[in-house]
Design a protein around this ligand. Structure first.
Ligand code: PXL
Length: 287
């Protein structure tokens, strides 16, 4: 039995304003009782989603020496969790982190794009390398845009039918990861759902979300962080997907009610305590 909180290496950027990446990952995992060791891929004044010219300091040359230091310390980690990358070399460094803790849960949030398009800083080469990193993961957490990029397919032109959603999950898993989630999937039955697949158990899951007509940066980072925290604390995959989905629903609806600038992200500070409480999770369904 672990005599301490589970520990995760979180390889992400630190964006000062806009509530994404480490600014939200650290408090989220901490309130869930998980110790985070951040490995910062770069420092940005804001996220890259519409707040003007971003000041960016790349930290590619920090990642390998930091890894060497942690190895010298003989530290144990239960999870290595990667996200936004500032360069192609950083994606290669993440692989070295995965290899250094082969028993840790390797989680890749393949942050690359949204709304059917790659982010402006993601070159085709970076997207290709992200696909190789995803292949080395135990769990990947793409949104529908990123899932399409990983599969080398166009963004779906129409809502997905059940068999199409299952096929997409299975094909992502065939590339390597035994656990796959896809967020923000418009389903043919009218729901927007978060989906999951556990290859070892051969099970497909869905959690339907209450639709809100607004979208906020950082919600993918929050989803993946809650998922990671929940799995490390012993949730099953469907429970973890539901916990993450319900938390995002609360955060998005709270923020939407205030009509705040969507580029500023969700009002995490008002909602974080929900994650520290007990909840009955009974909204997940088999897909
Ligand atoms: O939330 C993902 C993310 C993380 N980091 C940076 C980003 C984004 C999305 O736009 O720009 C710097």
């Amino acid at each position: 039995m672990l005599q301490r909180p589970p520990r995760v290496i979180a390889i992400h950027d630190l964006s000062g304003f806009g509530r994404c990446s480490l600014s939200v990952i650290l408090p989220t995992l901490s309130v869930m009782g998980v110790q985070v060791c951040p490995v910062v891929t770069g420092v940005l004044s804001t996220h890259t989603g519409g707040l003007g010219e971003v000041v960016f300091r790349d930290l590619t040359d920090y990642m390998e020496p930091a890894l060497d230091h942690y190895r010298r310390l003989n530290l144990e980690f239960e999870c290595v969790y990667s996200g936004w990358m500032g360069s192609a070399e950083q994606i290669e460094s993440c692989l070295d982190y995965f290899k250094s803790w082969p028993d840790a849960l390797a989680v890749v949030d393949p942050v690359m794009g949204d709304h059917g398009k790659p982010y402006q800083t993601y070159t085709p080469d970076m997207c290709q390398r992200m696909a190789s990193l995803a292949a080395a993961a135990d769990l990947i957490t793409p949104n529908l845009t990123e899932a399409s990029i990983l599969l080398g397919e166009p963004y779906p032109a129409a809502p997905l039918r059940q068999f199409e959603a299952k096929r997409m999950l299975a094909r992502l898993s065939e590339k390597g990861p035994r656990l796959v989630t896809i967020t923000g999937v418009e389903m043919a039955d009218g729901h927007v759902s978060n989906l999951g697949y556990d290859r070892d158990r051969g099970e497909y899951w869905r959690v339907d979300c209450n639709y809100v007509p607004a979208s906020y940066p950082g919600t993918g980072d929050l989803f993946a962080s809650v998922l990671v925290g929940a799995l490390l604390r012993g949730d099953s995959l469907p429970m973890a997907i539901e916990r993450a989905s319900r938390f995002l629903e609360i955060a998005v609806r709270t923020t939407f009610s205030y009509g705040s600038d969507t580029r500023y992200g969700v009002m995490l500070e008002s909602c974080l305590s929900w994650l520290g409480q007990e909840h009955t999770l009974d909204r997940y369904r088999l897909l």
